[in-house]
Design a protein around this ligand. Structure first.
Ligand SMILES: C[S@@+](CC[C@H](N)C(=O)[O-])C[C@H]1O[C@@H](n2cnc3c(N)ncnc32)[C@H](O)[C@@H]1O
Length: 236
């Protein structure tokens, strides 16, 4: 199990974004809905009131990738607010181009790191949180780079509302097992509602939203006949 002293420095208060990527400036073309680096941190605790300017369910997805889930879910639920987060520049730019053409503008896109959730959101702010097909960092020496670790789940337990729900799915058995072990063995603020090691052959009602929306990476793994692991957590 990872201990706190192995954490990525982007979890810390002192962290600041440094990079030299041309897509950082190019993302400015979408500044009506894209926020970069620490820009979105000003909305901590005020996403609905000051950013979306309406009271609605707040959905957050970390690792939006090509945006399949963000696009389908936000457009299916125009009455809800949606924040997508990913740190890859070019992928963010390509997704921003697609988001720009959507009918319902009930979303914001953050070119930012998921490790920053504690600085992006305040206590009791999020209704639904999604973490789909995260980079698994399979080598043992890279496990410290996995986002889902004790520090992350502790922050998530604060920023989620009571009864807020976390949805996770991955093809990677090792990462899934480590997330499940963390949930089963460590102290945190979540109840394990359900989990499955074969999502698409599991009829549990609590997993239905995870079966309904298929992401880009999921399509690739399903084509290769890989089982999809899934988990649903409820915040206490
Ligand atoms: C394997 S892809 C999955 C994308 C999408 N969720 C899907 O299922 O198709 C993982 C995505 O997570 C993003 N990502 C990885 N670690 C991240 C982090 N710490 N913060 C924000 N995004 C991250 C990557 O840039 C990448 O786009």
């Amino acid at each position: 199990m990872l201990k706190n002293n192995h954490q990525d420095k982007s979890f810390s208060k002192e962290f600041s974004y440094t990079h030299d990527n041309p897509y950082h400036d190019r993302l400015n073309a979408f500044n009506n809905f894209v926020l970069r680096d620490s820009e979105p941190e000003v909305y901590r605790g005020k996403w609905n009131k000051d950013c979306f300017k309406r009271d609605a369910k707040l959905n957050v997805e970390v690792g939006t990738g090509y945006g399949h889930f963000m696009i389908e879910y936000s457009q299916d639920h125009p009455e809800e607010n949606f924040i997508g987060i990913d740190y890859r520049f070019k992928r963010s730019f390509n997704l921003a181009k697609k988001l720009n053409n959507l009918q319902h503008k009930n979303f914001r896109y953050l070119r930012a790191k998921g490790e920053r959730i504690e600085f992006l959101f305040e206590e009791n702010e999020i209704d639904h949180f999604y973490y789909f097909f995260p980079d698994p960092w399979p080598k043992t020496r890279h496990h410290k780079k996995r986002l889902f670790q004790k520090k992350f789940i502790d922050s998530l337990g604060v920023i989620m509302k009571t009864d807020g729900v976390v949805y996770i799915k991955t093809d990677h058995e090792g990462y899934f097992e480590s997330m499940l072990n963390l949930i089963k063995n460590e102290k945190h603020n979540f109840e394990l509602v359900s989990f499955s090691t074969d999502l698409h052959n599991d009829e549990s009602e609590s997993l239905s939203i995870l079966r309904k929306y298929i992401t880009k990476f999921e399509k690739i793994f399903l084509k290769k006949n890989k089982n999809i692991n899934a988990m649903v957590l409820r915040c206490k």
